[in-house]
Each structure stands twice: as C-alpha cells, then as structure tokens.
Design a protein around this ligand. Structure first.
Ligand code: ATP
Length: 139
C-alpha cells in the first residue's frame, strides 16, 4: 500500500465537509470554542468596546469608524492565529517542554501584543486631541 493511498484513507476516516452549510457550521464551532476557551479573546473583545464608545461619543466620521473597526478586527484575527499556533504546538509537542515550542508560542503572543499596541496608538491619534479639546471646553 503506497503512502498516498494511506493518506486518502485517513482523510476518509476523519471525514470531509459534505457541503457549504457543514463548512459554515464547523467554522461557527471554531468561533464558539475560541470565545469559550480563550480568556484573552473575551478580554480583547470587551476592550474593543472602549474605542467604539469613543467613536460614538465623539460622533466620528465614517473613515474613523472604519479605521477603528479594522483595528479591532485585526486584534481578533491575531488572537485566532495565536490560538491556532498554540493548539498546533501542543499537538506536535504533546505538552512536553521544548524550547522551539516556547519560541513559537512567545512569538505568536508577541504578534498579538504588537497588534494591540498598534490599535492603542491609532485610538490615541484619533481620540486624544478630541479628549484634550473636551477637557479645555469643560474647564
Ligand atoms: N511545550 C512547551 N514548551 C516550552 N514552553 C512552553 C510550552 N507550552 C507553553 N510554553 C510556555 O508557556 C507559555 C504559556 O503557554 P500556554 O499554552 O499556556 O499559553 P496561554 O497562556 O494560553 O497563552 P496566551 O496568553 O497567549 O493565550 C508560552 O507563552 C510559552 O512561553
């Protein structure tokens, strides 16, 4: 039996999505799992409400809304990627210590952090001048 045949048999055993609806259902399962199991994802989703509230409060332009929503989605997508890396690393290492596993996980977490800093920077550029203006108006 050749290797290609074996892989095909294995895939048949796991099963493939029979249609688009099944693919979407599994994708929704993925979102549900990450929201349930990843505390960081929940925290980032909640923190994402802060710039949205600022945008609403300061009656931001359509472009400002787009920039903020884009940044929030960037953090969420990076959190998805980080979780994928964590799971693949755990699968490969079977929870055994390995310096390369540490490196991969730390770099993936670093990518999320960089994206969060980027979002904070964008929010500061958009809202700090408006906050300072409001402060002087009120005093
Ligand atoms: N197999 C491993 N070998 C070596 N170090 C590891 C291994 N697994 C995890 N680590 C180290 O432990 C840290 C925490 O790993 P864990 O898988 O618990 O991530 P986490 O706490 O869920 O991360 P995050 O906060 O990004 O969601 C990693 O950042 C890494 O430094």
């Amino acid at each position: 039996m050749d290797l290609k045949e074996t892989s095909k048999e294995k895939i048949e055993k796991i099963g493939k999505n029979p249609n688009f609806v099944a693919s979407v259902r599994h994708a929704l399962d993925g979102i549900r799992i990450i929201l349930k199991e990843e505390k960081n994802m929940r925290s980032h989703a909640l923190l994402g409400l802060i710039p949205l509230m600022f945008a609403w409060f300061f009656e931001s332009s359509a472009l400002e809304w787009i920039v903020i929503i884009f940044c929030i989605f960037l953090v969420i997508i990076m959190e998805f990627l980080n979780t994928i890396f964590e799971n693949v690393v755990d699968l490969v290492t079977d929870y055994e210590y390995h310096p390369l596993a540490k490196k991969a996980k730390d770099i993936a977490a670093g990518a999320v952090l960089v994206t969060v800093f980027f979002t904070i920077l964008i929010a500061a550029i958009l809202f700090l001048p408006k906050l300072v203006e409001l402060h002087y108006k009120l005093n």
